[in-house]
Design a protein around this ligand. Structure first.
Ligand code: UD1
Ligand code: UDP
Length: 428
C-alpha cells in the first residue's frame, strides 16, 4: 500500500519541531536505477533523518527490473507507464500524470531525479506543479546542441530550470550551470554516483556460466565491447556503425565483438538485420549489471554511445571510442581516455584499428584515474539534502566536494627518446 504522510507529522511541523526530511527518489530506466542505487541505500541508512519513497515510473520494464532486483530496491510506487514503441509525448504525459499523483500522496519535501531521461524531466515538472523542491542528480552536463543527444540535452536543461539543488558531478558541470546564471550556493560538486555503484561491487564473477556470454569461445581473441541506442543515431548512422563492425572483424581475425543489444525495437531491427549470424560478432540480450561490468573489466576496448558506459570504462582503464558527434561528458577525452569518433564507417574502422594495432596509442588511452567520481557521490548528495532541510549553508563544505584526480602525464615513448637524441645531436 503506498505510503502517506501522517497527521502528527503535520502538527509537529507547524509547531516548529524539525521533521524528518521526506524524499521521493524517482527512477524509470536502467541507468537511473544503477546511478540511484547507492543514493537510495544512503537515504535509507540515515533513517533518523529521512523518510524515503522510491517511485518507479516503469519507463523501462525488463531492463530496469533486472537492475532493481540486483540492487534489492523495492519501489513504493510502481507506475507502469511503459508501452511498446512509446512516443516521447505519450510517455511524458503518462509520467507527468502518475508522478504528480505519487507526490500528492506522499507529500515529500524534495523529489530527487537523476540525469536526462523523460522520467527525470516529467517527474521534475510534476514536482514543480505540486510546488515541491527538486534535487537534480547529474546536473549541468551540456553538449550545447539540442539535438545531440536527443531529447536528453533538452530534458536535462529543462530539469535545471525547476531545480532547487543541482548535484553537479564534476567542476566542469558546475561551470556550465554558473555560466547559465545558477547561483553557486545551489550547486554541489559530488562526483558521479555510477562510480559509487561500481566500487560497491565487492567481486566480479570469474566465469560467465549461465549468462548470455557463456558461449563466447576462450580462444585468446581480444574482446571489443559495443553498445549503442541513441535516438539521433537510428537509421543510417546505426547502419554505418554495424558495417564498420563487420569490416573490423573481417580485417582482424584476433578480435570478437560483443554487443548486448538494447531493447528498443528501433535499435534491434537494424542491428539484428545487419549483424545477426556474422562470424565473431556476438549479439546478446541486455546483460545484468554484474555480468556487464565483468565484461567491461575483461574487454580490450569499448565502442559506445552510452553515457553511463563512458563514465564506467575509465575505472577499468579501458579506452572508449565514443560513437557520437558530441558528448556532454568531455572529461574522459580531456584526460586522453576517450575519443569522440562520430558514426562514419571509415572513421570507426580507422580509430578502432589504431588501438588494435598500435600498442603505444592503446597505452596512452588506458591510464589514469576515473575523472567522473571517487565513490562518495551518494554520501555527498544525501548530506547536502539533509543540510538543505535543516536550512544550513553551505549545502556542503567546499573541501568536501569532489575534486578531479590529476590528469595523466603523457607517457615517454621510445620514438620520443629517439627524436630527443636526434634533436640534441643537431644542436651540438
Ligand atoms: C531511454 C532514455 C534514454 C536513456 C535510455 C537508457 C528517454 C527519452 N530515453 O531510451 O535517455 O539513455 O533509456 O537505456 O528518456 N523497451 C522494452 N523493455 C525495456 C525497455 C525498453 O521493451 O525494458 C522498448 C519498448 O518498446 C519501449 C522502447 O524500448 O517503448 C523505448 O523505450 P524508451 O524508454 O522510450 O527509450 P529508450 O530508447 O529506452
Ligand atoms: N548496462 C548493463 N547491461 C547492458 C548494458 C549496459 O547493465 O547490457 C549498464 C551499464 O553498465 C551502465 C548503464 O547500463 O551503467 C548504461 O545504460 P544505457 O547505456 O542504457 O543508458 P545511458 O547511460 O546512455 O543513459
Amino acid at each position: 500500500m503506498p505510503l502517506q504522510r501522517n497527521l502528527s507529522a503535520d502538527r509537529n511541523e507547524t509547531a516548529g519541531i524539525q521533521m524528518k526530511c521526506r524524499v521521493i527518489a524517482v527512477l524509470g530506466t536502467r541507468p537511473e536505477a544503477i546511478k540511484l542505487a547507492l543514493v537510495i541505500r544512503e537515504l535509507r541508512r540515515r533513517s533518523d533523518d529521512f523518510e524515503t519513497a522510491v517511485v518507479h515510473t516503469g519507463q523501462h520494464r525488463t531492463m530496469l527490473d533486472h537492475a532493481l532486483q540486483f540492487f534489492n530496491i523495492k519501489p513504493d510506487f510502481d507506475l507502469d507507464v511503459m508501452r511498446p514503441q512509446q512516443t516521447l509525448s505519450s510517455l511524458t504525459a503518462r509520467v507527468l500524470d502518475t508522478v504528480e499523483n505519487a507526490c500528492r500522496r506522499f507529500e515529500p519535501h524534495m523529489v530527487l531525479v537523476q540525469g536526462d531521461t523523460t522520467t527525470a524531466f516529467a517527474s521534475a515538472l510534476a514536482a514543480y506543479y505540486c510546488k515541491i523542491s527538486v534535487g537534480h542528480i547529474e546536473a549541468g552536463l551540456r553538449s550545447h546542441d539540442i539535438y545531440n543527444p536527443f531529447p536528453e540535452e533538452v530534458n536535462r536543461r529543462l530539469v535545471g530550470v525547476m531545480t532547487e539543488i543541482h548535484f553537479a558531478p564534476t567542476a566542469m558541470a558546475r561551470d556550465n550551470l554558473l555560466s547559465e546564471g545558477v547561483p553557486n550556493g545551489k550547486i554541489v560538486v559530488t562526483g558521479n554516483t555510477v562510480v559509487d555503484t561500481l566500487r560497491a561491487l565487492s567481486h566480479l564473477p570469474q566465469s560467465w556460466e549461465n549468462t548470455p556470454l557463456a558461449d563466447i569461445p576462450h580462444d585468446g581473441c581480444r574482446l571489443v565491447l559495443v553498445t549503442s541506442h541513441r535516438r539521433e543515431s537510428w537509421g543510417t548512422d546505426q547502419e554505418n556503425m554495424c558495417l564498420a563492425l563487420k569490416d573490423l572483424v573481417k580485417q582482424h581475425p584476433d578480435i570478437r565483438v560483443i554487443y548486448p543489444v538494447h531493447m528498443n525495437p528501433n535499435v534491434r531491427s537494424t542491428v539484428n538485420a545487419l549483424l545477426q549470424g556474422s562470424d565473431r560478432i556476438h549479439l546478446t540480450e541486455p546483460l545484468d549489471y554484474i555480468t556487464f561490468v565483468s565484461l567491461l573489466q575483461r574487454c580490450f576496448m569499448v565502442l559506445t554511445d552510452s553515457g553511463g558506459v563512458q563514465e564506467e570504462a575509465p575505472t577499468f582503464g579501458k579506452p572508449v571510442l565514443v560513437l557520437r558527434k558530441v558528448t556532454e561528458r568531455p572529461e574522459a577525452s580531456q584526460f586522453g581516455m576517450a575519443k569522440i569518433i562520430g558514426m562514419s564507417r571509415d572513421n570507426i574502422v580507422s580509430e578502432a584499428e589504431r588501438l588494435l594495432d598500435d600498442a603505444d596509442a592503446y597505452l596512452d588511452m588506458s591510464q589514469g584515474a576515473n575523472p567522473y567520481g571517487d565513490g562518495h557521490g551518494s554520501e555527498r548528495i544525501v548530506e547536502a539534502v539533509a543540510r538543505w532541510h535543516q536550512k544550513k549553508t553551505p549545502l556542503l563544505e567546499p573541501d568536501k566536494e569532489f575534486k578531479l584526480p590529476p590528469k595523466p602525464q603523457p607517457r615517454r615513448r621510445k620514438s620520443d627518446l629517439a627524436n630527443a637524441k636526434t634533436a640534441a645531436a643537431g644542436k651540438s
